[in-house]
Design a protein around this ligand. Structure first.
Ligand code: HEM
Ligand SMILES: [Ca+2]
Ligand SMILES: [Ca+2]
Length: 302
């Protein structure tokens, strides 16, 4: 089973090493911390917290990173930096799945979010789940009932979903995910002045997907996981359709005002839901393996 301090004997400094690397990387590239939070969602939501997300396309494996749902994900190379630090102290001991989980936990703290104690002992998959990603990760324009059902199937209730979406209080959205709300007409649920600003960020209705054209999720506190996200939603400044729908859907809307007015309540719910997400269906005991390199299954296995 997963447990607190799983590595206390096999690699006593494991959690410390992850934290040190997360801090070092944050100081060099602040947005690495943002990536660690998104990585947890994209790994754990798809079947299991098993580091399937990190596998590269090789042999019979098609990387989950090539999915349309992984669009905009970045900083994968720095996962290797964290893993290398662990390998040099405790070879083949700490799983990539635990690196995903612990780096997200520590990334949240760097971004001013809540501290959490997290259980460890996850093991790494031998396979990628790229063929089924779309059955698990919602799209930016999916309906709220569908989004809620996806999370419900891994044991996360509506209150937890609303809190988790607060991760969109940091990071960015590329124009390809926005322009359908800006052109040809401005989505009437979007604040008109904000829409004009967004048109400035995304001047073309058909942006080149390879162009670095994006808007920050939260213009006011772009690098802090705080309840500003919910204040923006109440002011019709939600960026993605799914964000804005949290306010209009009767199941989720009651939680928005509460989170907008109480950052402590938001943080409590965010921790609760992130821990649930981080424990979704892990591989344990003798399932899977401990990958040496997070990008590839070990040679001779799988
Ligand atoms: C219905 C659920 C969700 C949908 C449809 C969704 C969709 C998206 C999209 C389209 C982007 C922008 C990608 C881009 O254009 O670069 C994004 C960014 C992001 N998402 Fe989500 N998301 C969802 C839930 C979550 C959850 C639960 C978390 C974490 C707990 C999360 C964390 C993030 C982060 C941190 C970013 C910013 C990434 C960066 O700046 O590099 N998202 N999401
Ligand atoms: Ca996974
Ligand atoms: Ca913020």
């Amino acid at each position: 089973d997963l447990r607190l301090n799983y590595y206390s004997e096999s690699c006593p400094r494991a959690e410390e090493i992850v934290k040190e690397e997360v801090i070092k990387l944050y100081k060099k590239h602040g947005n690495t911390a943002v990536s660690w939070v998104r990585n947890l969602f994209h790994d754990c939501m798809v079947k299991s917290c098993d580091a399937s997300l990190l596998l590269e396309t090789a042999n019979s494996i098609v990387s989950e990173k090539t999915s349309q749902r992984s669009f905009g994900m970045r900083n994968f190379k720095y996962v290797n930096t964290i893993k290398e630090a662990l390998e040099s102290e405790c070879p083949m001991t700490v799983s990539c799945a635990d690196v995903v989980a612990l780096s997200a936990r520590d990334g949240v703290v760097m971004l001013g979010g809540p501290s959490m104690s997290m259980r460890t002992g996850r093991r790494d998959s031998w396979e990628s789940h790229s063929a089924v990603i779309e059955d698990f990760i919602p799209n930016h324009n999916d309906t709220m009932p569908l989004v809620l059902s996806r999370f419900q199937s891994i044991g996360i209730d509506a209150e937890g979903v609303v809190a988790l979406m607060g991760a969109h209080s940091v990071g960015r959205v590329h124009c390809v995910n926005l322009v359908h709300r800006l052109y040809p007409e401005i989505d009437p649920t979007l604040d008109p002045e904000y829409a004009e600003y967004l048109r400035g960020r995304c001047p073309s209705p058909e942006p080149d997907p390879t162009a670095v054209e994006y808007a920050r999720n939260d213009r006011e506190t772009p690098m802090i996981i705080d309840n500003m996200y919910y204040k923006h939603l109440l002011n019709h400044k939600g960026l993605l359709l799914v964000d804005q729908q949290l306010v209009s859907d009767p199941t989720t809307s009651p939680f928005i005002e509460k989170m907008a007015s109480d950052n402590g309540y938001f943080h409590d719910q965010f921790s609760r839901a992130l821990l649930l997400l981080s424990e979704n269906n892990p591989l344990i005991d003798d399932e899977g393996e401990i990958r040496k390199d997070c990008r590839f299954v070990n040679t001779g296995s799988g």
